[in-house]
Structure formats: structure tokens, C-alpha cells
Design a protein around this ligand. Structure first.
Ligand code: 13P
Length: 339
């Protein structure tokens, strides 16, 4: 393992002022997004949509890395250029989502275990050959009646650590993504406790599986109440609790934390990131790795019509710029209105 090379890539992925575009929706997830805008989920439409984003020079100037679904990694633009080359030319690092999804976990009703370790080393070597420089694996943790269980968190933490070890051995930076979901009516205290327990167990497994923390990026949820919780939290409370939870559980050797948006509104995801960065100095860089919070606006603007490509690129550029400022703690609500 060349730890210096991995660390260089990880540092690039969390460059201040930039963040990661999570464009790695599986074919079934992009179906849900396309259904909302009335677009048929064909390979050509998926390609055309993502090509619009990767060719958006303004938006991409705030993007350090792009996470791809495997189809996209091997797809060519309409003119035959590999999509992965468009990302490199825009100055961003391409990466691959390599888990096979969260599946119901045997004997643990209501919980999931993420699959995909079988055959992973050989597949990742091919993905690296094609241009991937990092990978992503997402584990999902549910809060509910007597959930999450220790058994489910441990199994997911172990799989995340084995995945991360395989990545580092083949020369890819692992994005380690344990997501405590915001589905449900639980309060912020429940998310706080589940997030701390999950991160503690994840870093214990990473250590046991010999993963070098300097060569990884953490992609966690923020500490937020469930989306149906009657008591929603202020931006300040989310920022304060999130930073306290990470300081207690995430070693300083980790170069950066790149958050998922997880169903937060576009503006809430941006405001929370900016508020957290204002609580510095912090041991790690804090940035975004948003899917929905970066793409909802451009998807709506595009709506499957080629003549809307420029409008979609403008919508993407705006959200990318806002989140880039948030990664510096410099976002302000008035900037949204000005646009
Ligand atoms: P969201 O920002 O939409 O949660 O997506 C990020 C991601 O990559 C989930 O795995």
C-alpha cells in the first residue's frame, strides 16, 4: 500500500472550497428521481443527464470528486469521450460506488446489512484501470423501536472495514459511509446516541482491519432529528451536536469528513455544513458529498429536455457554489436570495 499516494487523493477530495458530487444513484434510485420529473429511465437518458453535469464548467469548479455508479464509469459521452475523462478534465477525481446495496439482514427484522464483498478486489482493479481513484460503500442504520441493534451496527461496521481494507490494497481511497437514517419521528438525542455508537464501532473495526486512517474519507450523517419528529432543531443545535459527536469518535488522522445530505432540504444541508465549519478550528476538513441536495434543482430544471441543459447547469452551479462556500464556513442565506 502506497499510503502517501492514498493520502494525496484523500486530501484532494476534501480541498477547501470544494466538495464531492454523489452522482452514483443505482438504476433503481435514479428511477425515483426521474419519475419526479417525468423522464424515462433509459441508459441514454441517464448518460445525457450526467453528461450535462460533468460538462458544467462553473458547477464543476466547486467539485473535488464525483462518485459514479458502475454503468457511468464505463459509459461514453454522446461524442464518444469516456464520461470519466470529462470529470478528470474538469479537475475532479472520479470514484466508484462499489457496494451491492443494503439488503434485509437475517434474524434482524427492520435492519439491513450492505452486501458486495465477494469478488470485490478483482472488480476494483478493473475500475481503477478505467480511472476510478476512490470508492464508496454505504451502510444504513435505522432508528426505531429498540433499533438500532448492536448486532446490526457491528456487522455493518465489519463489512465497511473489510471493504476499506480491500480499497487501500488496490490503491483506491475508501469513502466509509455509515448512514444513520433520518426516517422516522425520533428526536435529535436518539440520532446523537446512534451516530456516536456507530462511529465508535466503525473506527474500532477499521483499526482491527488495519485500515490507514490517513488514506480514507468519512461520509457520515449529521446529527439531526427524524424528519417526522415534532421538535425540529435549529441550525446551531445541529452543528454543535454534530461536531461534539465527531470530536468524541473520529480520530484526527482522518483527512476529511464529507457529509451526505440524507433527505435534508437543499438549503438546510448547506446551512448546517457552513455552521459546522464556523465552529473551527477542527482536526479534519469538513465538506459535502451530496446527492439529492446538489441535484434536485438541476434535475427539475432539466426535466429531460435538451434545450434545458444550460438552465440545469446554472442550477447545479448555484448549489455547488453555495456548498463550496459552506465548506469554508462562508455561506449566508442572503446569497440564496440574491441568486
Ligand atoms: P444524499 O446526499 O442524497 O443522501 O446522497 C449521498 C449518497 O451518496 C448516499 O449514499
Amino acid at each position: 500500500m502506497d499510503l502517501n499516494a492514498l493520502n494525496d487523493i484523500a486530501e484532494r477530495m476534501v480541498t477547501p472550497g470544494k466538495g464531492i458530487l454523489a452522482a452514483d444513484e443505482s438504476t433503481s434510485t435514479i428511477q425515483k428521481r426521474f419519475d419526479k420529473i417525468g423522464v424515462e429511465n433509459t441508459e441514454a437518458n441517464r448518460r445525457d443527464y450526467r453528461e450535462i453535469l460533468f460538462r458544467a464548467a462553473d458547477g464543476m469548479s466547486h467539485i473535488s470528486g464525483v462518485i459514479l455508479f458502475r454503468e457511468t464509469l464505463y459509459q461514453d459521452a454522446a461524442d464518444g469521450t469516456p464520461l470519466v475523462r470529462l470529470i478528470e478534465r474538469a479537475g475532479a477525481v472520479p470514484g466508484i460506488k462499489c457496494d451491492a446495496g443494503a439488503k434485509p439482514m437475517a434474524l434482524f427484522p427492520g435492519e439491513t446489512l450492505t452486501e458486495g464483498l465477494d469478488g470485490l478486489p478483482a472488480q476494483l482493479l478493473k475500475d481503477r484501470e478505467r480511472g476510478a481513484r476512490f470508492a464508496k460503500w454505504r451502510a444504513t442504520i435505522y432508528i426505531g423501536d429498540r433499533l438500532p441493534t448492536l448486532g446490526a451496527i457491528k456487522a455493518n461496521a465489519h463489512a465497511l472495514a473489510r471493504y476499506a481494507a480491500i480499497c487501500q490494497e488496490v490503491g483506491l481511497v475508501p469513502i466509509v459511509e455509515p448512514e444513520v437514517l433520518m426516517d422516522g419521528a425520533h428526536d435529535i438525542e436518539a440520532c446523537d446516541a446512534a451516530t456516536r455508537l456507530t462511529l465508535r464501532l466503525v473506527f474500532q473495526e477499521l483499526a482491527e482491519q488495519r485500515v490507514a486512517l490517513e488514506g480514507m474519507v468519512l461520509k457520515p450523517n449529521m446529527v439531526v432529528p427524524g424528519q417526522d419528529c415534532p421538535r425540529q432543531a435549529s441550525v446551531e443545535e445541529v452543528a454543535r451536536r454534530s461536531i461534539a459527536a465527531f470530536k468524541a469518535t473520529v480520530p484526527a488522522a482522518v483527512p476529511g469528513i464529507a457529509f451526505l445530505s440524507g433527505g435534508q432540504s437543499d438549503e438546510a444541508a448547506t446551512a448546517h455544513l457552513s455552521a459546522m465549519n464556523q465552529l473551527g478550528p477542527l482536526p479534519w476538513k469538513l465538506t459535502f458529498s451530496y446527492g439529492r441536495a446538489l441535484q434536485a434543482a438541476p434535475q427539475k430544471a432539466w426535466s429531460g429536455k435538451p434545450e434545458n441543459a444550460a438552465a440545469a447547469q446554472r442550477a447545479f452551479a448555484h448549489r455547488a457554489r453555495m456548498n463550496g462556500l459552506a465548506s469554508l464556513g462562508k455561506w449566508e442565506g442572503v446569497l440564496e436570495k440574491a441568486a
